[in-house]
Write a protein that binds this ligand. Sequence first.
Ligand code: CUA
Length: 159
Amino acid sequence: MKLSPPQIALSLVFGFFLTLLGAFWAIQVVRTPPPGDVVDPMRLNLSEFRDLGLHQQADGTYLLRVVAKQWVYDIGQPRDTPARIQIPTGSTLHIVATSMDVVHTLQLPGYPQQTAIPGRISRNIYQFSTPGNFITVCSEYCGPKHHEMTIIIEVTATP
Ligand code: CUA
């Protein structure tokens, strides 16, 4: 079958819209958080984020709950001081994060970027097999003091 020029034009336009529809659908799928990973940023005190900071869990791993905000990672420390935690070598650290204002990220070299988005809960797992200070940075520009957003993870030599 040979298509006439108007038919070719029509199928090109149709194909274009199909592609657009597919892309839109894909973006929606990516953006839709899995159930259970949403939180009301206005009511963090009614969520698991009412209990910020570092907790040792029954299985020996550590859990750190963090609320990112301009321009600090709030782990329950005094206002405007950088977040700092201490865990022993060999620790597994689960970081659970959200944001109460804009999009921040939590980036530790060697790990996938953890994105803190208002309304969403993000979870990453980190392993520390050597002692030292490990520092996360915010790699999403979030305002004038963006570069001050760090978490210092001090991994001690002795358990
Ligand atoms: Cu927070 Cu950049």
